[in-house]
Ligand binder design. Sequence first.
Ligand code: GDP
Ligand code: GDP
Ligand code: MG
Length: 291
Amino acid sequence: MAERSWSFSKAFRSIFSGPELITEDTWDELETALITADFGPDVTESILGRLRADVERHRVTEVKEMRGMLRDAIEERLAAYDPTLRLSERPAVILVVGVNGVGKTTTIGKFANYLTAFDKRILVGAADTFRAAAVEQLGTWAERAGVDIVKPQQQGQDPASVAFQTVERARSEGYDVAIIDTAGRLQTKGGLMDELSKVRRVIEKQVPVAEVLLVLDATTGQNGLAQAEAFIEHAGVTGLVLTKLDGSAKGGFVLSVQEKTGLPIKLVGQGEGIGDLTGFTPHVFAAQLVG
Ligand code: GDP
Ligand code: GDP
Ligand code: MG
């Protein structure tokens, strides 16, 4: 992962390899870099405030010494949220939600594959019953990951009933984890948001939901925040998945989305391949971000 090229770290790399002494220009460049990387104005201001204090306190004069300080400031803030996935229940039921095209189905494929490495028995449920192609797509991922799948008996079947059947099978056949895909929906469609509440309710007739993961596309940056609010309200989101961080210039979104939603990032998607998913490690991420 460390060898990946992170487009959002380029600006920081160029600042920290620039002229040796810290000047007002350095602060301007840093501000621009933070805003461009989508940290948002509030976070940018507070990080710069802390950095100025650190620079003064430690009597730092050289630009290159600021790099570690910025990395630590970012890491400390990222680490304020617990990224641990709750997987101890058996079965641990994970519901995956979000708007269209953010990467829900792809994430489920990658995540299922990741979990099989820990000897977990995984079942996925195709509760995106809206399009036949969606079921096929999850089917393809299940095959790649070598996990089992519950599909709807007919197109358009109530997603809640597919979710119910997935959990029912996971319980009776002793699966460790059941991951349920859902149709993408706009946060502004009240009826569809109610449908999510129903899916959740129906699962909870059998077992508590271990995680409700909201998938956000990092390339949309701050716009993702508007989506998050409605999903948090209707689906009881417990954690975030940020996808498409590969090639995204908006790595700072990682920090602002946690602080604005109060929810931890639990998984990070960085490519379309089956191996392109990792847990979220503040130390590693801060290092990648700052370059
Ligand atoms: P869904 O509608 O939320 O289920 O989204 P999909 O899983 O169908 O993904 C939509 C598109 O985003 C597909 O073309 C995926 O290959 C792509 N995608 C998903 N995750 C990532 C990622 O982490 N990086 C990149 N580059 N593309 C991704
Ligand atoms: P309602 O459809 O608004 O009455 O909501 P319910 O909570 O009763 O059920 C929602 C969906 O979950 C239904 O379409 C059922 O197919 C499914 N469901 C609920 N309870 C059961 C159950 O005990 N067995 C099965 N197989 N499905 C259930
Ligand atoms: Mg999908």
